[in-house]
Ligand binder design. Structure first.
Ligand SMILES: [Zn+2]
Length: 400
């Protein structure tokens, strides 16, 4: 879930003509399609629950809007999309945050109950493999924002029992666990005292730690404290977006490599390219100036943004630019430490050309083949790297 999307909670769906102009369709070979279908594809972060919570839709069938539904997931070869149990930062440490997390978990369960021939919850790496063999799409769950823990380890354990397998420690604001990359207030200078204890407990019970969204200081403290590899469920690289702390610096990536962890690349153009970041900053500036002039309603702001987009076409990034992020991680720490964290259904209308929805993983595979990646390396990136980390976390917990 992107910051802006979480604020407006509205996917803007137009500018398709611009997409069409920029889009040079990639030629997908039989081999790329076969690799997508025959290997396990794990996606670290897809915002289906909040999308459905916002506007109900049956994703077990084809849907007109959004980036995910069953037929498109099948076409793309997707096997284990982590369903994001996203809780807005404004609810930090409140009973409402815990309540919302439970409701979103119920919602994922409802998807499975509606179509048990298509989907199943997964709570372990082995379950993902077993369900892959049965032709089912696994829906593991990760909680985006630790605020529903409410400073109580019993809540952590309860969410584990309910099927949550990773927790993104914070979202867009500093919370009772950790500082956030988006929030200039650094109340903890990293992790809070409770946050530090939480890391240890997460290790003990086998809850994966997700460092996407947290501040640099929090990241470094997590790496010091965690006895197992950690994940960045949906982050890209600061090397390509200078100054954007939400993405990972080279120093952090090297540290993540030593830790044995994995960075799962976010596809949102604003995470991928400098041009898209600058466009977003320009829009924010223009919107602020517009808001200062008069008291505007939500529809006035939407109309303003629509006009702005018309006059300043959004610079969608490309599949090639996403591949540059993957190449850079590989150069720094090797193929074993990179994966996919698309942020589908979480970044609105900002996805790169050729990576518009969950049907597009074969395009990514083709891009990797074109760049000379071996089948074995592609298999690692698609899912095996993540499953290795998950297993390591499970194995550590089983010895506690
Ligand atoms: Zn997010």
């Amino acid at each position: 879930m992107s910051l802006r999307h979480s604020i407006t909670a509205a996917a803007v769906t137009f500018a398709l003509s611009v997409t069409a102009l920029n889009c040079q369709a990639i030629e997908v070979s039989e081999k790329a399609n076969a690799l997508a279908q025959e290997n396990i594809i794990v996606d670290g972060h897809i915002d289906v629950p909040y999308r459905v919570h916002d506007k109900w839709v049956d994703v077990t069938r084809a849907t007109e809007d959004g980036d995910f539904d069953y037929p498109r997931a099948k076409k793309g070869g997707l096997n284990a999309p982590f369903m994001s149990i996203y809780v807005p930062a404004s609810l930090d440490n409140s009973p409402e945050s815990t309540q919302l997390a439970h409701q979103l978990i119920d919602l994922v369960q409802a998807i499975v109950y509606r179509a048990p021939d298509k989907f199943a919850i997964a709570t372990s790496a082995d379950e993902v493999r077993a369900q892959f063999d049965k032709g089912l799409i696994s829906l593991p769950m990760g909680m985006e924002n630790g605020s529903p823990i409410q400073g109580d380890m019993a809540n952590l354990e309860h969410f584990y029992e309910r099927g949550i397998r990773y927790i993104t420690l914070a979202h867009s604001q500093s919370n009772h666990i950790s500082d956030s990359s988006y929030d200039l207030r650094r109340q903890w200078k990293g992790l809070s005292p409770f946050g530090k204890k939480l890391i240890t407990r997460m290790n003990e019970i086998g809850m994966l730690i997700d460092i996407s969204h947290v501040s640099d200081d929090a990241f470094h403290q997590v790496i010091e404290l965690s006895e197992v590899p950690v994940i960045a469920s949906h982050s890209s690289l600061r090397n390509f977006t200078p100054g954007f702390e939400r993405n990972m610096s080279d120093t952090m990536i090297k540290k993540l490599g030593h830790n044995g962890g994995i960075v799962m690349i976010n596809f949102g153009s604003g995470f991928v390219s400098k041009a898209a970041r600058q466009w977003r900053d320009g829009l924010a500036k223009a919107t602020n100036a517009f808001l200062r002039k008069k008291d505007n309603s939500k529809s006035d702001i939407d109309a303003f943004e629509k006009q702005y987009r018309k006059e300043n076409p959004y610079p969608y990034s490309s599949l090639d630019e996403v591949l540059d992020h993957i190449d850079h991680v590989v150069e720094l720490i090797g193929i074993e430490h990179v994966g996919i964290g698309s942020d589908y259904d979480g970044v609105g209308d900002s996805l790169p050309t050729n990576l518009k929805d969950v049907a597009a993983y074969p395009n990514l595979v083709q891009g990797l083949l074109n760049r000379g990646y071996s089948e074995a390396d592609i298999k690692k990136l698609l899912g095996e790297n993540f499953l290795r980390v998950w297993k390591e976390v499970e194995d550590f917990a089983s010895t506690q």
